[in-house]
Design a protein around this ligand. Structure first.
Ligand SMILES: Nc1ncnc2c1ncn2[C@@H]1O[C@H](COP(=O)(O)OP(=O)(O)OP(=O)(O)O)[C@@H](O)[C@H]1O
Ligand SMILES: [Mg+2]
Length: 205
């Protein structure tokens, strides 16, 4: 099972949105997907409990029924404030970590020590594709996107995708859906913005 941690200690950075959309994208592609919610707020679990049975299935981590052994994906949503030993432990469990980050000075500052901890783990692993950064609530090819990219590049962290601020994520979540469960003609832009992230994720090391 390929385990992916979605993490950023900054509250509201977009972890749950990213985690459930990622689970939705993989499920829509016919993959076997499980979702683990490490957050006491249980936002991802609540989302999953509202998911209609006719949609591509996503299984709660705790439930093994319906999944086929070790195949497939485990998407982990993590709480704000994850750091220190808990962060280290979570990182050891996963193949990759996906980090949503907003293009604001406050968000970048708040994520600094977290990014240092990630870099340390990456250095131990010697894996190029361990960390995937995702600009959250930022349109591609804008000044904000460029500023975020250059800050992260200085830290040797390429940005895989920019996901712009759109009501589609919010509307979908109300119904236990991801944007990949909404009609394709209404979510073309969102799907396009997700492509580089999905390509990175599904490529083998
Ligand atoms: N691309 C986006 N477009 C529109 N709204 C977004 C987008 N990304 C996140 N949001 C909204 O921003 C808010 C925070 O996002 P989310 O809950 O995913 O962050 P989080 O990192 O999981 O927060 P917490 O640290 O509290 O767990 C939510 O209201 C969510 O709907
Ligand atoms: Mg959350």
């Amino acid at each position: 099972m390929r385990a992916i941690l979605v993490a950023n200690p900054k509250g509201g950075s977009g972890k749950t949105t990213l985690a459930v959309t990622l689970a939705g994208a993989l499920a829509a592609a016919g993959q076997n997907v499980r979702l683990l919610d490490m957050d006491k707020q249980q936002s991802a679990s609540t989302w999953l409990s509202q998911r209609a049975t006719g949609l591509p299935p996503i299984w709660p981590f705790e439930q093994t029924q319906g999944t086929t052994g070790k195949e497939g994906w485990l998407i982990i949503d993590s709480p704000a404030g994850l750091h220190g030993k808990n962060l280290e432990r979570a990182l050891k469990l996963v193949e990759r970590v996906v980090v949503p980050i907003a293009p604001s000075m406050f968000d970048i500052e708040a994520s600094r020590s977290f990014l240092t901890a990630l870099q340390a783990e990456k250095a131990i692993r010697k894996e190029r594709a361990f960390i995937g950064m995702v600009g959250m609530r930022v349109a591609p090819r804008t000044r904000a996107a460029a500023i975020l990219e250059s800050f992260l590049l200085e830290n040797n962290l390429p940005v895989l995708a920019h996901l712009q601020d759109t009501q589609a994520y919010i509307n979908a979540a109300f119904e236990g859906k991801s944007v990949f469960d909404l009609p394709a003609r209404l979510t073309e832009r969102e799907r396009e913005q997700w492509q580089p992230l999905l390509t990175w994720l599904t490529a083998t090391q």
